[in-house]
Design a protein around this ligand. Structure first.
Ligand code: TXA
Ligand code: MG
Length: 307
C-alpha cells in the first residue's frame, strides 16, 4: 500500500494517511497543482494555510529557511508528535500552501504508517485533516472512507487514531512562544521543557488563520455546559450526553462518561460522526476546564457549539 501511495503522489494525486492526531489529505507541498486539489476537494478557504509533514529533522529544510536553536530543541523534544511549529518559509514553497504568508507550519507525525509513507515518498507532504471543511476531522478509517467516497484517492488504513484532535500549533518569536492552536501538547508541557510559558492570549497576528473558520460541526446541535452548573438540557429528546462527571439526571438516550480528557478527545469526533449517522438531533457536552490538556478539547467543543 505504501508504494501505491508513493506512486499516487508521483502521479499528481492526493493520498489520505493516518497520523497520531487525525487522518490527513496529503499532497506534494512543492506542487501547486496537487495542492490545489486539496482546497477544491475540501472546499477550504485559500487563506487557511496547510501544515507540511516531514519524516525527520533534515527534511524540515525542504520547506523552512531557518531553525533557531529554541525551535530545534522543541522539535527534538516533541517530535515525532502532535506539535506543529510555524517557521520562516523557504521561497520554493508555493504560496497556495501557506495562504500567502511568509511562514510555514511543519510537523513530524508520530504514526508508523505516516512515517513509512513520508520516508518512502521523500517529499514534504502538506495535509489538512481529511474532512470536508467545517465537519469533524476523521479519526477512524470509516470516517476517512466516508469523506472520500466520491474521490479516487488511496486511503492508508491506520485504524482508530490515538489522540483524536489536531496538533498543537506554536510560533517562536524572539524569545517568546505563541500558542496558535491548542492540542495534546499543552502549554505547561512546553514550559516544563524549555522554561518559557507559551503566550495564550491571541491577538489577530498571533492566531492560526484556521481558527477563524467554522469547524468540527456535526449536523446535530451541540449544547455545552460546565460541571456544577445546572444543565438546562434535561428535556431534550433524541439527545446524547458526553461528560467527565456524571450528572444526577440521566435521561439521555446514550451517555458517554469519560474517565479523563484524553479519552474524551480520543472519541469526540467519532461520536459526532456516529451521532449524525444515527440521526441524533442534540449532543450535550460537558466543557472541561480551559487549561492544560483541557484547552484543546475546550477549543474544539466551543467551536462545535457555536451558532
Ligand atoms: O494534527 C494535525 O495538525 C492535522 C494532521 C493531519 O497533521 N492537520 C491539521 O491540519 O489539523 P488543518 O489544515 O486542519 O489545520 C492546520 C492549522 C490551521 O489552523 C492553520 O491556520 C494553521 O494550522 N497553520 C498552518 N500554517 C500556518 C502558518 N504558517 N501560520 C499560522 N498558522 C498556520
Ligand atoms: Mg482541519
Amino acid at each position: 500500500m505504501i508504494s501505491k501511495a508513493v506512486q499516487s503522489i508521483q502521479q499528481g494525486k492526493c493520498v489520505v494517511f493516518p497520523t497520531e492526531t487525525v487522518y490527513g489529505l496529503g499532497a506534494n507541498a512543492l506542487s501547486t497543482s496537487q495542492v490545489a486539489q486539496i482546497f477544491a476537494f475540501k472546499n477550504r478557504p485559500t487563506s487557511n494555510p496547510l501544515i507540511v509533514h516531514v519524516a525527520n529533522m533534515d527534511m524540515i529544510f525542504t520547506v523552512a529557511s531557518s531553525l533557531s536553536s529554541l525551535e530545534q530543541r522543541l522539535f527534538e523534544a516533541f517530535s515525532p508528535g502532535p506539535l506543529t511549529l510555524v517557521l520562516p518559509k523557504k521561497e520554493n514553497v508555493p504560496s497556495i500552501v501557506t495562504g500567502n504568508l511568509d511562514s510555514v507550519g511543519v510537523r513530524i507525525p508520530n504514526h508508523p504508517i505516516a512515517l513509512d509513507f513520508l520516508n518512502a515518498v521523500n517529499l514534504p507532504i502538506c495535509a489538512p485533516s481529511a474532512n470536508i471543511s467545517g465537519k469533524p476531522s476523521p479519526t477512524t478509517y470509516e470516517m476517512a472512507k466516508h469523506y472520500m467516497k466520491n474521490q479516487d484517492v488511496i486511503i492508508l488504513d491506520g485504524g482508530n487514531l490515538e489522540i483524536g484532535i489536531e496538533s498543537t500549533v506554536i510560533k517562536v518569536e524572539r524569545d517568546e512562544i505563541y500558542l496558535l492552536r491548542a492540542g495534546a501538547i499543552s502549554p505547561q508541557m512546553i514550559a516544563d521543557f524549555c522554561g518559557i510559558m507559551p503566550i495564550i492570549k491571541q491577538s489577530e497576528a498571533h492566531r492560526s488563520p484556521g481558527t477563524k473558520f467554522t469547524h468540527y460541526k456535526p449536523k446535530a446541535k451541540v449544547h455545552l455546559y460546565t460541571y456544577n452548573t445546572t444543565s438546562p438540557f434535561t428535556q431534550i429528546n433524541n439527545a446524547i450526553l458526553l461528560c467527565l462527571n456524571l450528572p444526577l439526571n440521566t435521561q439521555y438516550k446514550h451517555i458517554y462518561h469519560f474517565t479523563d480528557i484524553q479519552e474524551y478527545m480520543h472519541h469526540l469526533y467519532e461520536i459526532f460522526f456516529q451521532a449524525d449517522k444515527k440521526g441524533i438531533s442534540h449532543i450535550i457536552c460537558e466543557l472541561p476546564i480551559n487549561e492544560g490538556l483541557g484547552m484543546g478539547l475546550y477549543d474544539r467543543l466551543s467551536r462545535a457549539g457555536e451558532n
